[in-house]
Each structure stands twice: as C-alpha cells, then as structure tokens.
Design a protein around this ligand. Sequence first.
Ligand code: ATP
Ligand code: MG
Length: 333
Amino acid sequence: HDLRNEDLKDMHELGQGNGGSVKKVEHVPTGTIMAKKIVLIDAKPSVRKQILRELQIMHDCNSDYIISFYGAFISDPNICICMEFMDKGSLDGIYKKIGPIDIEVVGKVALAVLEGLTYLYDVHRIIHRDIKPSNILFNSKGQIKICDFGVSGELINSIADTFVGTSTYMSPERIQGAQYTVKSDVWSLGISLIELALGRFPFADSDDDDSDLSDFEGTLSPSRPGNLGLPPSRSKQEKEKADKKKKRKSKGVSLQGGGMTMSILELLQHIVNEPAPHLTPEGRFPKVAEEFVDSCLLKDPDSRRTPKDLLKHPWIEQSRTAPIDLEAWASTF
Ligand code: ATP
Ligand code: MG
C-alpha cells in the first residue's frame, strides 16, 4: 500500500547525517514502527519523481542482511524513505557507547556485510558505495543489516551536489578517480572492521581519545571521479598551530582529529600514499582476522577479492559457525 506522510506519527529523532535526518515514527493505521529518513535535496520535480521511481527497486531487495523497505514519497521539498527500524541503532553508536567490539562479534559483522553486498550485487547488480559503521545496523534479535546503499543514480547525483562531508572510507582507487566497483566496498568494509575492533577510526592519532576524522571539514562529490571539491588550504596561522600540535604529540600518523580541522586533502593523500592500516597491535587479534582485514585493504583493487569470494575466507567460515549469541550480546547494552 502507498505510504502517506499523514499516516506517520513522529516519535523521536534517531540521528542526523550529511544528507538529512532519520526519525523513529509509527505508521498509525498498522501500528508499525519505522525509521523515516528525510533526504534534503535540491532537485527539479521531474528529477525527484525519477528518484522515487528508482527507489522502488528497494521493494525487491529481500535479504536477511539488508534493511527492509516500506516505501518512499515526496514531502515537499524533501524525499522521505521509510525503512525497517533497528532498535539497537548503528554500529558506530554501539562502539561509542560500549567501547571496542569483541573480535568474534566483528567477525559476524564481516559475514553479514559480505552476505548483504553479495546479495545486492548478484541479484540486483547494485554496488553499495557507502559501507561504514553508521550504515550497519543492529537489533535486539541479534540481526545485522546494511542500509543506505546506492540504488538510485539520480539520488546519488542530487545529494553529491548539496552535501558537505566526508568520505574517509573511500578506497585509494576511488580517490584517484576510478569507477566504483564491488571491491571499493570491500576496502570500506576493512576500514570499518578495524574501527569496530579498536573502538576508534583507524586513521586518527592513537593518543588522541576523541580523535574522529569523520568530523573534519571538506566537500566531496563521490559520484564524480576526479572531481574532489577540495577546500582551500589552511591559513598560515592555522598551519603553525597544527605543526605545534604535531610536535607536541609527534606520535602515530601526522593527522589531526578531535577539535582540529584537518585538511581533507591530507587524509586522502594519506590513504593513497601510505600503507593501509592493520588490526593492531600484533597478537591482540587472531591471525586469521588480521589476514582477512589485510586482504580487504590491499591497495591495488585488482588484487583485492570480491565480497562473494571473501565469503569463502577461513575467518568468515569460522565466523559463520562461531557459537556467539548475538541476541544475548544485544541485551548487554
Ligand atoms: P552520512 O550522512 O554521512 O551517511 P549517517 O549514516 O550517520 O551519516 P544517516 O544515514 O542520516 O547518517 O543516519 C543517521 C543515524 O540514524 C545513523 O547514524 C543511525 O544511527 C540512525 N539510523 C539510520 N537508519 C536507521 C534505522 N533503520 N533504524 C535505526 N536507526 C537508524
Ligand atoms: Mg546512513
């Protein structure tokens, strides 16, 4: 049935992202609790209708590892997307609340994401394009599902025009302007898994508690290879301040997080030029998990494996049968 905004009662806000906000709502006629994503877009009515048509593919996306879709509509000037509500929220929120996530649970996350990506690509030829902890959701039944995948080319274009943001999960080849492939999602998965296991974004300083490079400023047009809307370089004064801070801390990589504004260019250059991060310190995690993450983070996309192929990796096979009860784990926070 057609979803109408009038039938939805707002409960509370679940979070905000670059493209808009997400609210918990009740569909009053049926009593169904949903998550309503409000996407702010500046597009002609014809483009908005096109986006709505493209979003309908989501009705056909049926997998245990993909958020279910209830429907989408235009609520001038926004587009609203109604999806399954996940009561434990996204994995970034979870680790920020409870700290680093057990590697066995991280293994289940890797398995779920690979299953979801394989389903999207094999059945619908969809590439996710935005794998990161905030787009991996969890519920109290212990289910792990991915959301916010790139179903609508028009939507990707419209958001890219308006948003100011970050793409810190972007693979080296994407930064250098290559086409998106399923392997770019595998890179993003590798970065996300390290973030969950360490409880911090892997490119940030190790001694800076609230380092979070996802806070830095800059604009990017992810849909346009080679056209990175890089911000103007920092003023001399700002640079001197940053250098001082660097000298004071001079540990780990020379990228600032926390309250510092870091040039997005520095992070992008780091991703392209420096060795990929690992699950560290050595010995803290099982070798097989370290090896899996390393294989996600091979800088050359030709050597990197596809999600489908990675489902056969020993760590993933092990995670499939690992006897951890995610429902019980969910009840601990
Ligand atoms: P970005 O805009 O950079 O992609 P984001 O993914 O955090 O960042 P949104 O997609 O707008 O931004 O989501 C905002 C927050 O809402 C998420 O971090 C998540 O915690 C919450 N959220 C999104 N979808 C759901 C859902 N279906 N159920 C429960 N919580 C959700
Ligand atoms: Mg999201």
